[in-house]
Design a protein around this ligand. Structure first.
Ligand SMILES: *[C@@H]1O[C@H](CO)[C@@H](O)[C@H](O)[C@H]1NC(C)=O
Length: 238
């Protein structure tokens, strides 16, 4: 660009010089007015760890109280911003009596699942090409008692069953701040009918597909009927 005269050039220099301080020393995210940014977002944007700690000035910022969040048994990046950037999240919860978690997987996290009370049966189907001695897909089944733990690698299909009349308390540590959950049946049956029919070797089609779709609970927890009657628990009590 050729500037027509000196006056204009000087004006440009002045403009550049006034713009410079902002470029040279950007304000820390903790000192900017950023009401539109959530705390986890600010923590992610912080230039240094020193600045991250300035965003969490209170000791209580480092405590997540599960007892005060019974409806949210997950400490993740959103509910517990202090863990932003460390690639983990944690759950402290209970599997109700006679319940089963729907077959699911976590797309971004490996889960360490440990029992503190009760009894839980788990099944886990790892990725393809992992075969048992009969050359069939390997299925890993465990029976956990208090003080025992199992691992569900990221992407593995898994489920937990509490077959007893008491709740089973557990903790779960996950290797992602936003672990995510996919419900295997619910999501498989979201494909178009043609795809579903081919996927299941044409053993199911048309009305049957609708029937199966309607029957899939779509919830993360389901009740185990035989157990409910064994324990004399009404379905709505659980
Ligand atoms: C299970 O957890 C609940 C809630 O934290 C607690 O009140 C209860 O005592 C625990 N049960 C056992 C057997 O540890």
């Amino acid at each position: 660009m050729i500037l027509p005269n000196f006056a204009l050039r000087s004006a440009l220099v002045v403009a550049l010089v006034t713009a410079l301080p902002a470029n040279a020393a950007p304000t820390l995210v903790s000192q900017r007015s950023t009401p539109e940014l959530s705390l986890p977002a600010q923590l992610q944007l912080a230039d240094t760890t020193v600045e991250r700690y300035q965003l969490l000035p209170k000791d209580e910022d480092f405590v997540y109280d599960f007892s005060k969040n019974p409806d949210l048994p997950f400490a993740n990046r959103k509910s517990f911003p202090a863990l932003t950037g460390y690639g983990t999240s944690f759950s402290l919860s209970a599997l109700p009596a006679c319940s089963m978690s729907f077959v699911h997987l976590h797309p971004r996290a490996t889960e360490l699942f440990a029992l503190t009370s009760g009894r839980v049966l788990t099944e886990m189907v790892p990725e393809g090409n992992i075969l048992d001695s009969d050359k069939k897909q390997r299925v890993i089944r465990t029976e956990l008692h208090p003080g025992m733990m199992t691992i569900f690698p990221a992407g593995s299909f898994h489920t937990q069953v509490n077959p007893d009349c008491e709740p089973a308390n557990f903790t779960a540590a996950l290797t992602a701040e936003d672990f995510g959950i996919s419900l295997v049946a619910d999501q498989t049956f979201s494909f178009t009918d043609d795809v579903i029919a081919r996927t299941f070797g044409q053993s199911i089609s048309g009305k049957d597909i609708d029937r199966v779709k309607d029957a899939i609970p779509g919830a993360t927890l389901i009740r185990v009927e035989e157990c409910l009657s064994k324990c004399g628990i009404q379905k709505r009590q659980v």
